[in-house]
Design a protein around this ligand. Structure first.
Ligand code: ZN
Length: 278
C-alpha cells in the first residue's frame, strides 16, 4: 500500500475501484496504475480554440501576478501547445517552454519562446525564470512533491498550478455513478485509457498540504471552467459521435453552471509564493 504523497497517511482503496485510493487526511485521490503504461503527455493538438476560450482566465492570473513588483521571466513546464506561456509571450515577457514532446518546438521558436525538451518527472536544468507555470501537469506526475522541491531551490518567486479539482460537480457525479456500478464516466474522467491518465485529484486541503510541506504558500486561488460550450463540443466530437457529443456537452454545461453557483470549480488555479525567497 502506498502512502499519501501529500500528508503521508495511508489512503484507503475506493470500494468500487481498487485502482484509486483516497486519503481522508487531506481529501486526496490517487490513481495507482495497476499496469504500466507509456508515459507521454499527449496533447490533442486542439490548442487553438482552447486558447481563445481560456483568455479570460489567463487575464485573471496575470492581473494577480503582475501586481507584484518583480522582474518577470516566465517558464511553463509541460507546456504542450502553450496556453499561459503564449499569453505571457504576447505581453512581451521573456518566455521559456519545457515539454517532454517537441511537437510544438518550431512553433515556439518562431514566436520567440525558448524551447527545452525535458521530462517534468526528472528535471535537472537550472531554472532562471522566476514565475513557473504548471498547467494540468501536476496531476500527471507520480511524485508532484519531487518537482515542487526541485523548484523551491531554484530562482522561483511564484508558481502557478492549475489542476482538476475533486470539489467539482463533474467529479462528484462521476463518483456517484461509480458507486452505482457505472464505471465509464469515472474511468474517462481519470483518462485511464489514455497514455496520460490523471494520477491525482487534488482538494484545497491536499494542495495546501503539498505546498506547505515544500515551503510554498498559497496566496490566492482562481476557479477555472472544465470546458466552454464550443471547446467541449469540439473536443468530444474528436472521439464520440454527434448525438453523444451533444448530450455530454449539454450535461457538462449544466454541471458547470452548478459549479459556478456553488463556487466549486472543476479546475482550480493555485498561485503559490516561494517562502525561501524574500
Ligand atoms: Zn493525504
Amino acid at each position: 500500500m502506498i502512502s499519501c504523497p501529500n500528508c503521508n497517511l495511508t489512503p484507503d482503496y475506493l470500494p468500487k475501484d481498487k485502482e484509486v485510493s483516497y486519503c481522508s487526511g487531506c481529501k486526496h485521490y490517487i490513481y495507482n496504475q495497476l499496469e504500466n503504461k507509456d508515459v507521454l503527455f499527449s496533447h490533442d493538438h486542439v490548442g487553438d480554440y482552447q486558447y481563445k476560450t481560456r483568455k479570460k482566465q489567463f487575464k485573471k492570473v496575470f492581473d494577480f501576478i503582475l501586481s507584484k513588483d518583480l522582474n518577470y521571466n516566465f517558464l511553463e513546464i509541460g507546456a504542450g501547445f502553450g496556453g499561459y506561456i503564449n499569453y505571457a509571450n504576447k505581453k512581451g515577457f521573456n518566455c521559456t517552454a519545457i515539454d517532454i514532446d517537441d511537437y510544438y518546438k518550431n512553433q515556439y521558436e518562431e514566436s520567440g519562446i525558448k524551447f527545452i525538451k525535458a521530462d517534468a518527472n526528472e528535471l535537472d536544468i537550472n531554472i532562471d525564470s522566476n514565475v513557473v507555470i504548471l498547467s494540468h501537469i501536476v496531476e500527471h506526475l507520480e511524485k508532484p512533491k519531487k518537482l515542487l522541491n526541485y523548484l523551491i531551490n531554484q530562482n522561483v518567486d511564484y508558481l502557478i498550478i492549475e489542476v482538476p479539482s475533486s470539489h467539482g460537480m463533474i467529479f462528484k457525479l462521476s463518483k456517484l455513478f461509480l458507486n452505482l456500478n457505472i464505471f465509464f464516466i469515472w474511468n474517462r474522467l481519470w483518462q485511464k485509457n489514455s497514455n496520460s491518465p490523471h494520477l491525482h485529484y487534488f482538494s484545497d486541503e491536499s494542495m495546501y498540504e503539498m505546498s506547505n510541506d515544500c515551503r510554498f504558500k498559497i496566496e490566492t486561488t482562481i476557479g477555472s471552467r472544465f470546458a466552454t460550450l464550443r471547446g467541449s463540443f469540439q473536443r468530444t466530437l474528436t472521439t464520440e459521435n454527434l448525438i453523444t457529443s451533444l448530450i455530454s456537452v449539454i450535461v457538462i454545461q449544466i454541471l458547470e453552471l452548478l459549479n459556478h453557483l456553488t463556487k466549486c470549480p472543476e479546475n482550480k488555479i493555485y498561485i503559490l509564493r516561494n517562502l525561501n525567497k524574500k
